[in-house]
Design a protein around this ligand. Structure first.
Ligand code: ADP
Ligand code: ZN
Length: 745
C-alpha cells in the first residue's frame, strides 16, 4: 500500500488574503519541511513561499508540486509563528507578507518571471560568507623541509585551534605559496567555515561596571527584577526625566535577566542607534550583542540574524524591525524612547514595534519596559488604568537641576533670533560653554514668493511649496526631492524677483556666523548628515568641545548627552502645532521637553530660551515649566472631548492614484461600502470622510483618506475583516489600511 502524498500549506508573500496547498514530491517526503521556504510554481512564474505545515486534505484537486525546499533549518519557531499570525490578523495583513517583513532582507528571494534560479541563490547562498580556516594535522613524517616562513606559519597554526586566512594574511602578508606548500606536505588541513561580518570590528571599547544606583533607580530595578524572577508577562512604564538614569536601569535589569539565563531585546528609535548607546552596552556586557539597524548591509543584517537564531547573541539592540529578532528565551524587552513615531512602519505592513513589544512580551512571558522622559499620552493613560506599571525617576542624576526656561513671544518680531537669545549665546560663547539652537526646518528660506505674480514656488508633483536651499543653489521639495535651480525665476510668470519667506537651519547657521564670527558652528540636519559616518563625526565635534554651537533640526533634540551644553535656544517652537493632526500638541510637548533636556546635563547648570508666537499654548507652557502632569491632564481632557485615542481606536484608509477622479470615485465607493457593512453588522463606529489628505498630492499621486473611529476595538476589527472580503479594487487606485495610524498627513 502506498501512503497518500503529503499536502503542505504555504503562505505567499503577495497581497493575497489566503494560504495555498501544494504537494510534497515523493523524493522530499519524510523530510521536515515546516518553517522553511519553498520554491513554488505560481501561475506562470516561480516564487518563494513559506511552509506553514502539512494538512490532512485539500478541497483543491490537481495540486501542483513544490519545486524545492530552500532551507535546511526552520526559519521560525512555533512561538514566532503564533506572533506572525497575531500580527496578520490585527493589522489585517496577509500572513505571507508578515513573514516576509519579519525575515531579514538578505534571505528573501524575489520571485522572477520565467527565469531559472541558480542553486546558490536559492539557498540564499550568496548571503553566507565563508573563509578558509587552517588546522594542523598530527604526526606527519617530514620528507621535505618547508621554508622558514612556512615553518613560522605552521607554528602559528599549531598554536591556535583554527586560524583563518585573513588572520594569517594580517601577520605574514601574502602567504598563499607557503600555505599551499604546507597543504601539499600534509602538515595542515584547510576547510571553509562560515564567518560573520562584524559591524563592531572597528570600535574600541573600554569596559565599565555597574554604577551605584540612586534610590529611584534602585526601586525601579527591584520592581523589574522581582517580576523577572517570576517569569511572567509584566509590562512597565519607566517614566524618567531626561538625564535621570534610565539607561543605567536598563543595563542592570538586563544583567539580572542574563543571570537568570534569559535573553534581552532592546528596541530604540533609529536615530538613537549611535555608537554612543551601543558603546554603553558593549562596555557593560562585552560580546554577545547583536545590533540591527538600517546602516547595515543586507549581508551584515543577515549575519546578525543568524547569530541571534543560533543563540550566539544574548542581547539584541535594534530599531523597530528588531521586534521580529529570532531571539529565544526572552526575559526582558526594553523599548527606549517609547513615544517615538519611528517605531511605526509607514508602508507595507504598518506595524508599531512599541505595541508589538507588548504582544510579543505576553507570548514570551517577558518583562516589558517602555521607557521615556515624555511618554505617549496613551501610555500615561494606561498607567493610570493599571495596564502598565508605573516606575518613576523624577530627578536628574546627582540632583542636577532642570534648566531654567525663558519664553519669548515673537509675534510681529522681524529677527529670527531674539535679543535675549542673542545675548545668552554671546555670553555662553564667552564662557567657553556650548549651545544648541533648535529649529525644526531645514533649508535656507521656507519658500520663495514671486513679487510679480505673488505665487509661491511649489512642487509640480506634490501639493507643497519648495524649500530654498542656498548652499545647493536649489529650491527643493522635501517630499519627493524635485528641485529647480534657485533663486532662479518664477515658473508661472518668469518674474525674477523672488522674495524669501521663513527661516531654516541653513539661514540660522548663517545668522549665527554673522553674530559670532569667531565661534565654531556646526549644523546638523538631513542635508549635512547624508554621508556615511557624518552623523557621528558631527556629534564627536560637539563631544570633544571643538564646536561651540550646534544648530539643527529634531535630529539634535533627542538622546544625546552633551555635558558641555549649558544653553539651548528654540526658534519657532509653535511650528509643529500647526499640523492637522490630533497629536500636534503631544508632539510639540515631547519635542520641546526633549530639547530642553539637552541643557545642563554636566557640572554647570543650564538655561533655555524658547521663542514662539503663542507662548500661552498649554503644550509650550507645560514643557517650559517642566510640568508634565499638567500637560497630560489637559491633553487627556482634549482627547476625551474630541474622541481620540486612548478613548477611541482608529483605522485610516489611504486612497491614492494618478487620476484625481478615479481616486475620488474609489474613495466614495469605499466609504459607501464601509457604511453599508457598518449597518449590516450593527457595529458602533464613526466613519469620517472621504476627505483630501492634508498633503493631497504626493509624488504625483492624488490622495484621499477615510478615518474610522470606534470605541470598541472589536467592532472596528469586525468591520475591517468584512470589508477585506468584499472590497474589489481597480488596479489604478491603491488603498492602504492603517491600523492605529500615527502619520495623519
Ligand atoms: P537617561 O537615559 O535617563 O537620559 P542616562 O542613563 O543616560 O539617563 O544617565 C545620564 C547620565 O548619568 C549618564 O552619564 C550616566 O552615566 C549617569 N548616571 C546614571 N545613573 C547614575 C548613577 N546612579 N550614578 C552616577 N551616574 C549615573
Ligand atoms: Zn514634490
Amino acid at each position: 500500500m502506498t501512503s497518500s502524498p503529503t499536502i503542505i500549506e504555504v503562505a505567499i508573500p503577495l497581497y493575497l488574503d489566503r494560504t495555498f496547498h501544494y504537494l510534497l514530491p515523493e523524493q522530499l517526503s519524510g523530510q521536515a519541511v515546516s518553517g522553511r521556504r519553498a520554491l513554488l510554481p505560481f501561475g506562470r512564474r516561480k516564487l518563494t513561499g513559506y511552509i506553514l505545515g502539512a494538512v490532512a486534505e485539500s478541497e483543491v484537486t490537481n495540486l501542483k508540486e513544490i519545486i524545492e525546499i530552500l532551507d535546511s533549518e526552520p526559519l521560525w519557531t512555533h512561538q514566532e509563528m503564533e506572533f506572525f499570525r497575531w500580527i496578520s490578523s490585527y493589522y489585517q495583513h496577509p500572513l505571507g507578507e508578515v513573514i516576509r517583513t519579519a525575515l531579514p532582507t538578505g534571505i528573501n528571494i524575489q520571485s522572477r518571471k520565467g527565469s531559472v534560479l541558480e542553486a546558490g541563490e536559492m539557498s540564499g547562498g550568496k548571503s553566507v560568507r565563508s573563509e578558509k580556516f587552517y588546522t594542523p594535522v598530527k604526526s606527519v613524517e617530514l620528507t621535505k623541509k618547508p621554508s622558514s616562513k612556512a615553518l613560522e606559519i605552521l607554528s602559528v597554526i599549531k598554536g591556535g585551534a583554527a586560524v583563518s586566512a585573513g588572520e594569517l594574511r594580517k601577520r605574514f602578508g601574502v602567504c598563499s605559496a607557503q600555505l599551499k606548500r604546507l597543504l601539499d606536505l600534509g602538515l595542515i588541513r584547510a576547510e571553509d567555515r562560515e564567518v560573520y561580518r562584524d559591524p563592531f570590528k572597528n570600535s574600541r571599547v573600554v569596559r565599565d561596571s555597574h554604577r551605584a544606583l540612586h534610590t529611584h533607580q534602585k526601586n525601579a530595578l527591584e520592581a523589574i527584577s522581582s517580576e523577572l524572577d517570576k517569569r511572567e508577562f509584566s509590562p512597565f512604564l519607566l517614566y524618567g526625566v531626561t538625564g535621570s538614569g534610565k539607561t543605567e536601569v536598563y543595563l542592570q535589569a538586563i544583567s539580572h535577566a542574563l543571570a537568570l539565563k534569559l535573553n534581552a531585546l532592546v528596541l530604540v528609535p533609529e536615530i538613537a542607534l549611535t555608537p554612543q548607546l551601543t558603546g554603553r552596552f558593549q562596555a557593560r556586557f562585552g560580546g554577545g550583542i547583536a545590533i540591527l539597524h538600517s546602516g547595515l548591509s543586507d549581508g551584515e543584517r543577515y549575519d546578525e540574524w543568524r547569530r541571534i537564531r543560533r543563540g550566539e547573541a544574548r542581547i539584541v539592540i535594534g530599531a523597530r524591525s528588531a521586534v521580529f529578532a529570532p531571539l529565544a528565551n526572552i526575559g526582558i524587552i526594553i523599548v527606549d524612547e517609547e513615544h517615538e513615531a519611528s517605531f511605526k512602519q509607514s508602508d507595507g505592513l504598518r506595524y508599531n514595534a512599541r505595541d508589538l513589544s507588548l504582544v510579543r512580551g505576553r507570548m514570551e512571558k517577558s518583562v516589558v519596559v517602555l521607557g521615556s522622559a515624555t511618554p505617549l499620552v496613551t501610555s500615561i493613560h494606561a498607567a493610570g488604568a493599571g495596564r502598565l506599571r508605573l516606575l518613576e525617576l523624577p530627578e536628574r542624576v546627582e540632583g542636577r537641576p532642570m534648566p531654567h526656561v525663558d519664553l519669548v513671544a515673537t509675534k510681529g518680531a522681524k529677527e529670527a533670533i531674539s535679543e535675549k537669545l542673542s545675548a545668552y549665546l554671546a555670553e555662553t560663547f564667552k564662557l567657553k560653554q556650548q549651545s544648541i539652537v533648535f529649529l525644526n526646518r531645514r533649508g535656507y528660506a521656507t519658500f520663495l514668493v514671486c513679487t510679480d505674480c505673488g505665487k509661491p514656488l511649489s512642487c509640480p508633483n506634490c501639493s507643497v511649496t519648495l524649500t530654498y536651499h542656498r548652499q545647493r543653489g536649489q529650491s527643493l521639495c522635501h517630499y519627493c526631492d524635485y528641485s529647480v535651480p534657485a533663486p532662479g525665476s518664477c515658473p508661472s510668470c518668469s518674474g525674477t524677483t523672488l522674495e524669501e519667506f521663513g527661516t531654516g537651519t541653513e539661514k540660522l547657521e548663517h545668522l549665527l556666523m554673522e553674530m559670532l564670527p569667531t565661534a565654531h558652528i556646526l549644523r546638523m540636519d538631513s542635508d549635512t548628515t547624508s554621508g556615511k559616518g557624518s552623523h557621528e563625526r558631527l556629534l564627536n565635534r560637539m563631544h570633544d568641545g571643538s564646536s561651540d554651537i550646534l544648530v539643527g533640526t529634531q535630529m539634535i533634540a533627542k538622546g544625546h548627552d552633551f555635558p558641555g551644553v549649558t544653553l539651548v535656544g528654540v526658534i519657532n517652537a509653535e511650528s509643529s502645532l500647526g499640523m492637522p493632526d490630533f497629536r500636534a500638541s503631544e508632539r510639540t510637548f515631547q519635542l520641546l521637553s526633549q530639547v530642553i533636556g539637552r541643557a545642563g546635563r554636566g557640572e554647570d547648570s543650564g538655561r533655555v530660551v524658547i521663542q514662539a508666537s503663542d507662548i500661552e499654548h498649554y503644550a509650550i507652557r507645560a514643557a517650559a515649566e517642566h510640568n508634565a502632569a499638567d500637560f497630560y491632564r489637559q491633553e487627556l481632557e482634549f482627547r476625551g472631548e474630541a474622541g481620540y485615542p486612548p478613548f477611541t481606536f482608529l483605522a485610516a484608509f489611504a486612497i491614492s492614484g494618478l487620476s484625481e477622479s478615479a481616486v475620488s470615485e474609489q474613495a466614495d465607493i469605499t466609504a459607501r461600502l464601509l457604511s453599508q457593512i457598518k449597518s449590516n453588522l450593527k457595529v458602533r463606529l464613526e466613519i469620517l470622510g472621504p476627505a483630501p489628505s492634508p498633503v493631497y498630492r504626493l509624488r504625483n499621486r492624488f490622495r484621499r483618506q477615510i478615518l474610522l473611529k470606534a470605541t470598541s476595538r472589536n467592532d472596528l476589527h469586525k468591520l475591517l475583516s468584512v470589508w477585506r472580503q468584499k472590497s474589489a479594487l481597480p488596479s489604478s487606485v491603491r488603498i492602504a489600511v492603517d491600523i492605529d495610524p500615527v502619520d495623519m498627513m
